[in-house]
Design a protein around this ligand. Structure first.
Ligand code: ATP
Ligand code: MG
Length: 438
């Protein structure tokens, strides 16, 4: 992408209304703009990151055996009356009346809708187990939307829902998601700790929140220092219930709990190894048994012919919140430092002298060659000062920078910089190509 044709409204100064670093940087680097309280437009660069996160989430859901569908944002109030949650949900639900005076709502979550869909589609135990998911916008009329996309009112969520014949099956489905989440966050360069959590208004008895440690996080968390060195899970066969359970047992051995679920005995046992921090909740998984299947009349025929209410769980990931969480975890005083896996572009190509015909020709040529090699490039071809171009590239956090200038060109080299470390090397064009596409 040529910057001369892009929409990248970067800002030098931090906007006054942004309190935390990720919010400041998302505005300064031109990723998002607020269009109404807690509602954001995703500008081109921000959208690239959002799509990359979505792709990782989708790949790991698919790998774990979940099946994607897409449910609408608009739902009918009648659906929510079936579970009894229409009145219980409270003012966070955005309620809308259509032209025929029908009561509608902008979905804050989809337990009711997916339960109704599955009720119409599943007949017998042969249709189970199933885990269905979608990646769709949600609306929650949060009292205090803040910190940018971290706590928006409209936000993008991956939500999955599992249906099993019994509790043992439901536990297997839960463990699939538990391990899928560890893999998902690790691929984004994040350490997310699964913590014992309250089940909240959804109810149930088995629940973990996945928390990324960050001083600006909204949750108070307590954990054993062993978590500081935790590794990501090895490859696993998701159909092997025993192997999955062993992994989950391994990851739940060391203490980690949110404020609501603190355990005095386990904290005493941890002694000096107990750590307290703040964290950002990027995912939440629940098992809630037959709460929705029973209240909404979802029953399938069991192997013995008798009707069974499936055991269910639901599993959320805050896709748009993750953009902020990744920046909280990965930035420096010059801007964002994107992990390679989610970076909007792999390479930032800077032409130091747009007014120099040889530089422009060399930069155009390298741009074409990078694209031909399948490398995503943000090419600063604008007629600007070199210093401003460096500052912009550092701010937007592209992992590799290649700088083309007249001096280097005369010596047959370009400068390659790694954004994360600041390390710079002079390489031939061939070697530069190999370095950034490796
Ligand atoms: P929180 O405790 O932060 O309000 P929640 O418990 O209400 O979250 P869930 O219902 O578990 O959230 O939703 C699943 C995921 O969606 C959360 O783990 C979080 O990452 C994300 N999420 C929830 N609310 C918001 C929001 N207002 N803005 C952005 N992401 C959100
Ligand atoms: Mg939660």
């Amino acid at each position: 992408m040529r910057l001369s044709r892009y929409l990248l409204p970067v800002m030098k100064e931090s906007p006054a209304d942004a309190q935390i670093v990720s919010h400041k940087l998302m505005l300064r680097a031109g990723l998002v703009r607020q269009t109404a309280a807690g509602i954001y437009a995703w500008l081109p660069l921000g959208l690239k990151v959002l799509r990359n996160i979505e792709r990782i989430v989708r790949e790991e859901q698919d790998r774990a055996g979940a099946v994607e569908l897409l449910m609408p944002t608009m739902q009918s109030a009648d659906l929510w009356r079936q579970s009894g949650r229409y009145d219980a949900y409270g003012p966070e639900m955005l309620r809308i009346t259509d032209r025929h005076d029908r009561e509608m709502l902008f979905g804050p979550t989809n337990e009711e809708m997916v339960t109704a869909l599955f009720r119409d589609a599943a007949r017998s135990y042969r249709d189970l187990p199933r885990t269905l998911y979608h990646i769709q916008w949600k609306f929650r009329d949060e009292v205090r939307p803040r910190f940018g996309v971290m706590r928006g009112r409209e936000f993008l969520m991956k939500d999955a829902y599992s249906f099993d014949m019994d509790e043992a099956g439901a536990r297997h489905s839960y463990n699939r998601m538990f391990v899928a989440y560890l893999r998902t966050f690790a691929r984004m360069g994040l350490r997310a700790i699964p913590m014992q959590a309250d089940t909240g208004p959804i109810g149930g008895d088995l629940s973990h929140e996945f928390i990324v440690l960050a001083p600006t996080g909204e949750s108070d968390v307590f954990y054993h220092s062993n978590w500081d060195a935790a590794a990501e899970p090895a490859d696993v066969d998701f159909d092997d219930a025993g192997a999955l359970q062993a992994i989950v047992d391994g990851y739940t051995t060391d203490y980690a709990a949110t404020d609501e679920k603190r355990d005095e005995a386990r904290e005493a046992a941890a002694g000096d190894a107990l750590r307290q921090s703040r964290g950002v909740e990027v995912g939440h998984i629940f098992y809630f048994g037959t709460k929705y299947s029973a209240s909404m009349g979802l029953a399938v025929q069991g192997a013995d012919g008798a009707p069974v209410n499936p055991h269910m769980g639901s599993y959320g990931i805050g896709v748009s919140r993750l953009v902020g969480a990744i920046i909280e975890a990965s930035h420096d005083d010059r801007g964002i430092v994107w992990p390679d896996a989610v970076a909007p572009y792999a390479v930032g190509l800077i032409n130091m002298r747009a007014d120099d015909a040889a530089c422009a020709a060399a930069a155009d040529d390298l741009y074409a060659r990078l694209q031909a090699a399948g490398v995503e490039v943000l090419y600063d071809d604008r007629d600007e000062r070199g210093g401003a171009k460096f500052a912009t590239m550092d701010l937007v956090g592209v992992p590799w920078q290649i700088v083309i200038g007249p001096k280097g060109l005369a010596n047959g080299v370009v400068e390659v910089k790694r954004r994360a470390t600041g390390e710079k090397v002079e390489l031939s064009v061939e070697d530069a190509l190999a370095r950034v596409s490796g």
